[in-house]
Design a protein around this ligand. Structure first.
Ligand code: 5GP
Ligand code: ZN
Length: 119
């Protein structure tokens, strides 16, 4: 991994506690926190503590952490009260999807009806 990327990465800093965040859930592998510009009443980002740039970077060695990210999404949905009403989990990857932070993250959105297809 590019150590310079890790040093400057906002989500790495957040996971280390160097940047303030409204944390919903955390454990030794993942951190879930409220998005700073929420697009729905519930908008939580779920990240691995390990720096992974984007979904294109993952390989079979990442299967355990990818599973942890999804089980965390389910836990976050329960904690934020959208388990019954429903929610969406999104991974923006690369320019066409509008990925703006180069540290893999899941968006969990809920608390309102979400349109499909997305814009
Ligand atoms: P992307 O566009 O890469 O899929 O999503 C990045 C998300 O990170 C955006 O929704 C943006 O609002 C959020 N974000 C960027 N910087 C910060 C930050 O410092 N703290 C928090 N809580 N969210 C951030
Ligand atoms: Zn990072």
């Amino acid at each position: 991994m590019d150590e310079q990327a890790v040093d400057t990465c906002i989500f790495c800093k957040l996971a280390k506690g160097l940047v303030r965040a409204d944390i919903v859930y955390q454990d030794d592998k993942v951190v879930a926190f409220k998005d700073i510009h929420p697009q729905a009443p519930v908008h939580v980002l779920i990240i691995p503590r390990e720096h992974i740039t984007a979904l294109w970077e993952v390989d079979p060695t990442h299967v355990p952490i990818l599973g942890r990210l999804l089980t965390t999404a389910s836990e976050v949905a329960a904690r934020t009260g959208v388990q019954e009403s429903g929610y969406r989990v999104v991974i923006n990857t690369g320019p066409d999807a509008g990925q703006s932070v180069d540290h893999l993250h899941l968006h969990l959105l809920g608390g309102r009806e979400l349109k499909w297809p997305p814009g």
